[in-house]
Design a protein around this ligand. Sequence first.
Ligand code: KIV
Ligand code: ZN
Length: 508
Amino acid sequence: MSRIYFFDTTLRDGEQSPGVSLNIKEKLEIARQLTKLGVDIIEAGFPVASPGDFEAVKTIAQNIKGVTIAGLCRTSFADIDRAWEALKYADQPRLHTFIATSDIHLKHKLCKTRPEVLEAAVAAVKHAKGYTSDIEFSAEDAFRSDLDYLCQVLEAVIEAGATTVNVPDTVGYGTPNELGKFIADIRERVPNIHKARISVHCHNDLGLAVANTLAAIANGAEQVECTINGIGERAGNAALEELIMALYTRKSEYGKEAGINTVEIYRTSKLVSSLTGMPIQPNKAVVGKNAFVHESGIHQDGVLKERTTYEIMNPELIGLSVNNIVLGKHSGRHAFRDRLKELGYALSDEELGKAFVRFKNLADRKKEISDQDLEAIVEEEIRRIPEAYHMEYMHISSGTTVVPTATVGLRLEETGELIEEAACGDGPVDAIYKAIDKLTGAGGTLVNYALNAITGGKDALGEVTVKIQGEDKRVVTGRGVSTDVLEASARAYVNAVNKLVYERASGH
Ligand code: KIV
Ligand code: ZN
């Protein structure tokens, strides 16, 4: 059975999602999780794009081993040199160079002729080859390019040393039949195609990215470029979790192997959603909240009699625990630690201690603590960046006939001093945020606020995700959880302010 290589571009194309900005620590954490998930290649960023992108690629190249690390660059030598500066620390570095090949892009964007683009592509591959043998060439907007010309370019770059040739449907225009035929034609017409691996990179503008990628696989593509939760430029990229579960569930149809460790899918999806602040729609295939929920009585009856009546995938396969109600008020540290271990968390003693305090506080307010609750509080604790401000307390006065007022106490981590402020607002959340603004002078603008219940029931944990934009236009995501949604709102905002402070201080 032949093998499909998974090229994950969550940290590059995924980060191009509108409103998403990850700091280095967050990128490194996602890269670690992608390694556990078993992707073959991690595209860590576009080093020339910004100093932050450069540092992120370099840090990932230095710290993440046992997987290929790719860095994107245009065909200019300066781009390639800069990408190599960051990538050279990787065990298995890959230079990924690209230039558009469609006439639309040539005429309106690049202002170059076809021979000029061909020449630039070949020169870039030869230059990159001076650094490493693993070279990927992408023909941007390949699907809308003239097939004869595209085949000429691919033949020339393979001759120059490209080991992977990527065929992007950059604007998500293709249909499955067309994509399948396109790949089959390339295989037939490019004489030296056997010397390189064919890759596809499908965007989701028409909701066809996964279907198009699968059609390409059926016609000989061996590498798929995708992102977790399908995030990416505009409507996003092909969703990794959907591709792998299609290949797994329909092995008889596709007959392909892959190195993905499917039980890490759920955790990876949650991590990416939480760090990017991009919620997962409930009906999202594979990882949506409703993906394994049976609402109709007939369906529930069927599943109780035999799971496969209405379930084509076992939720445990993607790492979704079915052991839901686990701990409560009387559970001790030991049971807590054991359950976390089963959920895949290896915490240090210090992290465990902090998480246990949060767990006990939660257990006072909530009778039954599910795995999702545990994950939410543990992730909040272990993902804490160094805090400039620690939330000590908040008091709210609100109602239908009073002006909402909040008093917030923050502790300055540097001096240990407790600082307090009060503010009025249009609502209690507004009042809290105004009080925090007065205390921190962070000067951020709230650009997004989302509240989500982690589990069902009146005592559910509320998860608040906020995005704030600093004066330097940097957008950060903050997250807070609590059974009290106002407390979760305050925690999320303080978390975002701490990130702004941290990123400014570390220069990323
Ligand atoms: O969509 C696209 O064409 C890309 C390339 C840079 C691979 O992201
Ligand atoms: Zn793309």
